[in-house]
Ligand binder design. Structure first.
Ligand code: DAH
Length: 341
């Protein structure tokens, strides 16, 4: 007990005379988790039981004393910095300028596409970027050796059984159909891959949003109206659309949808190759084989599907001429897109 008293007295003297640094140094030395107050508190266990009460009071008082000194130091240091011409810290200087980030143009356009379709009751569905053959090809009426596979060559992670980087987000549609919960009204945004030579118009990866609606009596008229609504919301009420017959193994009939060229207004320019029209997506009525492959009764249900490249929509929206700009991470390019479209 006497030893404890002596220790406290010595420490109090030391603290009163403290001028060994700023308040933070003081805090670490005395009040920190490894500080002297903690250490001396630990002495309690060596005090005889009959003295414990008195020792506890002394230690408590010592702790309050130390804390009071800390507050004093704190106050003195803040006073000395504000308005003190000798202080090394000038609190009137402006703070560091932290540059604010902004969303990538692909994300801005993706979010815009999602919000338009959400207003029509579409939910967002996502799936893996590494797919098996069934979900990416076979289920979609693209059996092995089907010539249409050539247009979607990709990167194989392993073969037999095949694991590959998905070539479209149609694989997510398959996964949703397999769940068997109808009606289905989804859009599937995501990154996809193709074995392409990189150029201003093609890349080995890009982004898609695909859509799928399956229910009773879904017709081609529903498809047209849905996509027409989307285009008007995305590009403005004046834009015209046209559907051209096309071929996809997973839809029948299939079509490609063009919009009137936003650059020349339809009179003809380089971007639309002087046709006045620009293709923006593929679509069609889901092929009965696809429905059957995914466990949906094709005699009972019909549906439409569509798929678009987000890069293509973004390039048209912002008049960007080279696809590679999206993945070069050049801040001078990225900084230009700060707000939603
Ligand atoms: N998956 C096609 C592609 O990547 C695009 C597409 C066309 C998706 C028609 C669809 C569709 O869902 O119905 O080229």
């Amino acid at each position: 007990m006497e030893q404890l008293l002596n220790q406290i007295t010595a420490l109090k003297e030391e603290i009163t005379a403290f001028n060994g640094g700023d308040a933070e140094t003081f805090r670490i030395k005395y009040l920190g988790t490894k500080g002297l107050v903690k250490t001396i508190m630990g002495e309690m266990k060596n005090v005889a039981p009959e003295n414990k009460k008195e020792a506890g009071q002394l230690l408590n008082e010592f702790k309050l004393f130390t804390e009071a000194k800390y507050s004093e130091l704190n106050e003195a240091s803040s006073k000395s910095e504000i308005g003190n011409p000798k202080s090394e810290i000038d609190l009137t200087l402006p703070g560091d300028n932290l540059p604010l980030g902004s969303r990538h143009p692909i994300s801005l356009v993706k979010n815009r596409i999602i919000s338009i379709f959400q207003r029509l009751g579409f939910a967002v569905a996502e799936g893996p970027e590494i797919e098996d053959d069934f979900h990416n090809f076979s289920a979609l009426n693209l059996p092995e050796n089907h010539p249409a596979r050539d247009m979607q060559d990709t990167f194989y992670i392993s073969q037999n059984p095949d694991w590959l980087l998905r070539t479209h987000t149609s694989s997510v549609q398959v996964r949703e159909m397999q769940k068997g919960k109808l009606p289905i009204r989804i859009i599937c945004p995501g990154r996809v891959y193709r074995n392409e030579t990189i150029s201003a118009r093609a890349h080995c990866f890009f982004h898609q949003v695909e859509g799928l609606y399956i229910a009773d009596n879904v017709s081609f008229a529903d498809l047209k109206q849905t996509l027409y609504f989307f285009v008007q919301e995305m590009f403005g009420a004046d834009v015209k659309v046209r559907f051209r017959p096309s071929y996809f193994p997973f839809t029948e009939p299939s079509a490609e949808m063009d919009i009137s060229c936003l650059i020349c207004g339809g009179t003809g320019c380089n971007v639309c190759k002087h046709t006045g029209w620009v293709e923006i997506l593929g679509c069609g009525m889901v092929h009965p084989n696809v429905l059957d492959n995914c466990g949906i009764d094709s005699n009972k249900y019909t549906g439409f599907a569509f798929g678009m490249g987000i890069e293509r929509i973004t390039m048209l929206k912002y008049q960007i001429k080279d696809l590679r700009l999206f993945s070069e991470n050049d801040l001078r390019f990225l900084k230009q897109f700060t707000s939603a479209v």
